[in-house]
Design a protein. Structure first.
Length: 95
């Protein structure tokens, strides 16, 4: 929640979020080996399906303030640099 609030305050273009999981899935990939990874997903769908990417209040704030986000894997080599350059293998959450 704090990250979203700060991004809105500074009028950031996008939130980049490094996680243990490399993106947004339709179900928990640790529990479901057939989980489908989204390349892109609208924030409304994240909220409606309660996909657990972030807490619901933070997701609603992103939606209301049109704050896009990229979720990417922290364990991939050069993931931070690649994502900053727009070459992420993660999921882009659109608004």
């Amino acid at each position: 929640m704090g990250t979203v609030l700060r991004a809105i305050e500074i009028e950031a273009d996008m939130i980049l979020s490094a996680r243990a999981v490399d993106g947004v899935y339709d179900s928990d990939p640790k529990l479901n080996p057939n989980a489908k990874k989204y390349d892109t997903i609208p924030i409304k769908e994240v909220v409606d399906k309660q996909l657990g990417v972030m807490d619901l209040a933070a997701a609603v704030l992103c939606m209301e303030n049109k704050m896009p986000m990229t979720i990417f894997g922290l364990n991939e080599e050069n993931s931070i640099a690649n994502t900053a350059k727009g070459k992420s293998n993660g999921t882009v959450i659109t608004v």
